[in-house]
Design a protein. Structure first.
Length: 383
């Protein structure tokens, strides 16, 4: 099967890395991964080919599209992207178009997605299925009634199936999408996309770091890094106040943290603190860790659940997504939610010390088999 997967990261990296996990698992198929956001260093498997559109992303307020492309206006970039995407489909004639988030989100990219899905629906031979791939919680919209009605219309007219990467026992998509019952096409919950760390990954990392059995490893992270500077600065300051014996702190800022904030973190870091932007081996570091302190994005949260590391989460406050998920998990005793007041260094140090004393959890009671179930849903589809 030839699959074109569209994945547009606009501020962070969560959507992209969730899409990459699905790509990797579709190992029996030819996958073309369409990207068009800020580049992130990652390794693609042999069966995946990346198709890069000119870069577009959202500003920090999620108000407008911006680009790093020089000597081109926004309208010119849009026209180039639209033309390149249409040409890709005409040349490749895929069996499946897997669209990340759209039409539930990515309204700013309708200029290039609408023409593609309309053209695919008109095409009879060879036919191409169209799936929407969406996470558990949708962000709120100001004009939500109009927006949701449009989403239902697009889904019912052009799409074949919705894959929701969630466990409805924790969160149902209808909780953040009012007209759920008006969706006429099949909606399937896959479970959460939660890759597992490699075997003995934690032991390998601790050996690489030369850590003794009695040392604690704390991993602090901020996803893509665009909005995580206050948390990371607080963790570095709190680390100096820890009274739990020997500990080390590994900070991953994310590739998009402002360079000034990155330099500030490195300057303030005491002995025992390592500050890096990014690692492709993040899961192994969590498997090695005694404590994770992080933002509350989907991917990081699922990494925490998959490794069982005790965790403190500071949810992104601009929308409901991270806090809703984090609070549901906290209510089950699976992690602790940090409030803004908790970032005061002495208070955060006390919370870190208390959480370090908690044992890792082997069972979470939530479906984390989203990757395998997504592949099954794609491979068993009969249009």
């Amino acid at each position: 099967m030839k699959i074109i997967q569209y994945c547009q990261n606009v501020l962070g990296v969560g959507h992209l890395f969730r899409g990459l996990e699905i790509c990797r698992a579709l190992s029996e198929h030819e996958v073309i991964l369409v990207t068009g956001g800020p580049p992130v260093e990652t390794t693609l498997p042999a069966h995946v080919r990346e198709f890069c559109l000119p870069i577009l992303q959202m500003d920090h307020a999620f108000k407008r599209l911006i680009s790093t492309e020089k000597n081109m206006t926004l309208d010119q970039i849009k026209k180039v992207r639209q033309k390149k995407l249409r040409a890709l489909f005409e040349a490749e004639k895929p069996d499946l178009f897997l669209v990340e988030l759209f039409p539930f989100g990515r309204r700013a990219f309708r200029f290039e997605l609408d023409p593609v899905v309309k053209a695919l629906r008109k095409r009879r031979s060879p036919s191409c299925a169209i799936f929407s791939s969406v996470r558990d919680i949708l962000v709120e919209k100001k004009d939500y009634i109009k927006h949701e009605a449009k989403v239902v219309k697009i889904l019912n007219r052009y799409f074949d199936r919705v894959l929701v990467h969630a466990d409805p026992d924790l969160v149902e998509i209808r909780e953040t999408f009012g007209p759920f019952d008006d969706i006429a096409i099949p909606v399937e919950y896959t479970g959460y996309i939660a890759p597992r760390p490699p075997a003995q990954a934690g032991e390998r990392i601790r050996n690489q770091m030369g850590m003794d059995d009695g040392e604690n490893l704390i991993v602090a992270s901020a996803g893509g890094g665009n909005v995580g500077a206050p948390l990371l600065a607080a963790v570095v300051q709190a680390f100096s106040r820890l009274k739990n014996g020997d500990s080390r702190l590994q900070v991953f800022t994310g590739p998009f943290l402002d360079s000034r904030d990155f330099d500030d973190l490195r300057r303030m870091a005491p002995d025992g603190v390592q500050v890096d932007r990014f690692t492709e081996d993040f899961m192994s570091f969590l498997a090695a860790a005694d404590l994770s302190v992080s933002m509350g994005g989907y991917n990081t949260t699922m990494n925490i659940l998959a490794t069982g590391v005790p965790a403190l989460l500071w949810p992104f406050s601009t929308n409901r997504e991270q806090r809703l998920r984090a609070q549901r998990l906290a209510d089950r005793g699976l992690l602790t939610v940090l409030e803004d007041a908790d970032l005061q260094p002495d208070r955060l140090a006390a919370l870190m010390a208390a959480t370090l004393s908690q044992p890792a959890r082997s069972e979470v009671g939530i479906d984390l088999n989203g990757v395998a179930n997504t592949v099954r849903a794609i491979e068993t589809w009969q249009g």
